[in-house]
Design a protein around this ligand. Structure first.
Ligand code: BTN
Length: 279
């Protein structure tokens, strides 16, 4: 779908964009029945001068994308696909942003939306019950060495029954509803996500504060596990080692098989079946 064929919507979950904007305390919420990618719509709005905190929310994305250009399955009714415009003065550690968003979204989801712990898998996955329920895609537009604006996209499988997920995702993916002991309301999930992302409206730190760092360590799904880290697109043989945590700038700490502690800035990680190196 080209950006021109985005289909606006008057309402989402029974309310219009103005009502959601007032409820969430943001300047505007742009609602779409269908759109290629909410990140692309948000980027267009930002280039046209939309203020920080502007939200783009779509019932369906026809070209939703994840990290490394992977397609992101975004069917109608079961998920939350939204993007928020941020305008930080600086973005000293871009790799940190998805983790900060992840930590805050995880805490917000646990705080009244879902009756199960939410974990974070470096660098941008949200897991519940060891399965991926969502992801975060942050895209910055630069003016020299300064960010003109940053788009924070969050996708969450909310109400999908496991059998409704595409066959190739079923083993590793799930939804909030499928993993939660309590019923999950999509509008509450949206409010929690917007509140979490807009907590970064007045600045994105270059280094994680103590509170975020402790939260991230507590939610780190990889820490202590044998892993293989490959290039962001998953290509290449990869480096085997043990995940030792995440540093203050959002880099994965990997103890490789030679015992060297590496700081990985970007990549794709999978858990390895057996530990091959010494922690
Ligand atoms: C990932 O896990 O690779 C990140 C997935 C991010 C998906 C969201 S859905 C809203 C926004 N629009 C997109 O096209 N992608 C993000």
């Amino acid at each position: 779908m080209s950006p021109e064929s985005a289909i606006p919507a008057a309402r989402w979950e029974g309310q219009g964009g103005e009502a959601w904007a007032a409820l969430w305390g943001v300047p505007a919420v742009h609602l779409y029945a269908a759109v290629g990618s909410t990140n692309d719509e948000a980027r267009t709005l930002a280039a046209d001068g939309a203020p920080a905190g502007t939200v783009v929310l779509a019932e369906e994305q026809t070209r939703g994308r994840g990290r490394a250009g992977r397609p992101w399955h975004s069917p109608p009714e079961t998920g939350l696909w939204l993007s928020v415009i941020l305008r930080p003065d600086a973005l000293p550690s871009p790799a940190l942003l998805p983790l900060l968003v992840g930590v805050r979204v995880a805490a917000a989801l646990e705080d009244g939306c879902i009756g199960a712990p939410v974990q974070i898998k470096w660098p941008n996955d949200l897991l519940v019950g060891d399965r991926k329920v969502g992801g975060i895609l942050c895209e910055a537009v630069w003016e020299g060495d300064r960010p003109a604006h940053v788009i924070v996209g969050v996708g969450l499988n909310v109400g999908n029954a496991p059998e409704d997920l595409p066959a190739e995702l079923r083993a590793a993916a799930s939804s909030l509803a499928a993993e939660s002991a309590d019923p999950v309301e999509r509008s509450e999930v949206a409010g929690a996500v917007v509140r979490a992302v807009t907590s970064l409206l007045y600045g994105v730190p270059g280094e994680m504060g103590e509170e975020d760092r402790a939260e991230l360590a507590r939610r780190d799904a990889l820490r202590g596990h044998a892993v293989v880290v490959s290039a962001p697109g998953g290509e290449g043989e990869g480096i085997h080692g043990t995940a030792m945590g995440i540093d203050g700038q959002g880099r994965l700490l990997l103890r490789d098989e030679a015992g060297v502690l590496r700081r990985i800035e970007s990549g794709t990680v999978r858990r390895a079946p057996v530990t091959r190196g010494k922690p």
